[in-house]
Design a protein. Structure first.
Length: 175
């Protein structure tokens, strides 16, 4: 992947600083995560500009019974060019793991209207980011990235920007 510019790094640093400031006050709900982190990173990645189009999908409620309590969360979905699915997981009572959203993300991604092309996903909870790739040529396959925790270091968020920019190149209608 190509390096990001110093100006992009400075913009990412501002986004991260704002996120950490607000996160220090406690868990953030999904609307705040979208506002502070997801939307600015998508904007820096170029996904709000031509040739990309976005659409919001309906939210899906997740209910997990871990034996001690019932964990509830929601996945809000933003789809870009029907090839990048951005899912933000909100947890109201207990912070849900980003892994809890993976089955739902895979279900959405497998239903994409262009099965001959790879489709990508970014799953985000309050603190972690995970990328997902699904290919459906002859055999349905998926792959998961490592977890990126922008809380830990700015370099993690730089890597997220690099990955999103690369996905943008791959899914651009001109590619």
């Amino acid at each position: 992947m190509s390096e990001i510019t110093e100006a992009e790094k400075a913009s990412v640093d501002v986004v991260r600083r704002r996120y950490i400031y607000h996160r220090a006050g406690g868990d953030l709900l999904e609307g705040t995560v979208i506002l502070l982190l997801v939307s600015p990173i998508l904007a820096l990645s170029g996904f709000y500009d031509p040739p990309f189009r976005i659409k919001a999908e309906s939210s899906v409620e997740l209910i997990l019974d871990d034996g001690e309590e019932i964990l509830r969360g929601r996945i809000d979905i933003l789809v870009l060019q029907d090839r990048l699915w951005v899912m933000v997981l909100e947890s109201k009572k207990t912070t849900l793991s980003v892994w809890a959203a993976v089955p739902q993300a895979l279900a959405y991604m497998m239903a994409n209207p262009n099965p001959s092309k790879p489709v990508f996903g970014m799953v985000r909870n309050g603190d972690d980011i995970l990328f997902v790739k699904v290919t459906q040529t002859n055999i349905l396959q998926y792959d998961l990235s490592r977890i990126f925790a922008p809380f830990a270091s700015a370099r993690k968020l730089y890597a997220v920007l690099q990955i999103l920019k690369r996905i943008g190149q791959l899914i651009s209608p001109t590619s």
